[in-house]
Design a protein around this ligand. Structure first.
Ligand SMILES: [Zn+2]
Length: 220
């Protein structure tokens, strides 16, 4: 999300996918639209990975059942939305998040640190997973100027330039960030379903295929 700390190396584009393939990933959920999003993706036969935040799980736990029932993956984004500033913090955050979603995890447990900050491998987990393309969708959510068409165009242009890759989207915002900014759901402009639907159509039109993260070279 916004407000990225600058003193950590940002992850980028790991792990590599086969050419012309795209993997959709959604951070910061579960949220109020995550279940509908999961159903849309199933309907479109697009696999997705949801990097959930432990702090948001109690708010929208029911969405996790729908995500898994629709054939998508649950992965870890940490318990709180803070950069992984050391290997010890990465391990602790993943452990706490994992405890909240343990019934929903697959055999391989992927993770992505908040802000993509914290390039630490953690034993027992796959990652850290970066991304190759984003459309600054958080600026739509927080009404900071981006719009759906701009977001989709940005992602499509980037994927065309690099022949596919991992896309970063957000299906919600951290509950702690909402509290900090004194915001409620009605203050947000959450357009993840519209963005995803438009993005799938555009990328299919450009001849890309959708794959899960397990199609990546680095998968176990
Ligand atoms: Zn995040």
């Amino acid at each position: 999300m916004n407000g990225e700390p600058e003193n950590f190396r940002k992850l980028s584009g790991s792990p590599p996918l086969p050419p012309r393939c795209v993997a959709l990933t959604f951070d910061d959920g579960p949220g109020p639209q995550s279940a509908d999003l999961a159903r849309l993706l199933r309907q479109e036969k697009v696999p997705a990975m949801f990097f959930v935040l432990g702090e948001n799980v109690p708010l929208h736990r029911g969405a996790l059942d729908v995500i898994v029932d629709c054939g998508h993956g649950i992965a870890l984004h940490g318990d709180e939305h803070k950069p992984f500033s050391s290997a010890a913090i990465a391990k602790q955050q993943l452990k706490r998040c994992r405890a909240k979603v343990r019934d929903y995890l697959g055999k391989a447990i992927w993770f992505r640190p908040p802000y993509g900050c914290g390039d630490f491998a953690v034993k027992g987990y796959c990652g850290p997973v970066g991304w190759d393309a984003d459309g600054q969708d958080w600026e739509i959510t927080f009404r900071q100027g981006q719009n759906v068409a701009g977001c989709v165009n940005m992602i499509v242009s980037r994927l065309q330039a690099i022949n596919g890759g991992i896309v970063l989207l957000h299906d919600y915002v951290p509950a702690s960030e909402m509290r900090q900014k004194n915001l409620s759901d009605s203050d947000l402009d959450l357009r993840v379903i519209e963005i995803t639907s438009s993005l799938i159509a555009r990328l299919r039109g450009e001849g890309f295929s959708f794959v899960g993260l397990d199609a990546s070279v680095g998968s176990t």
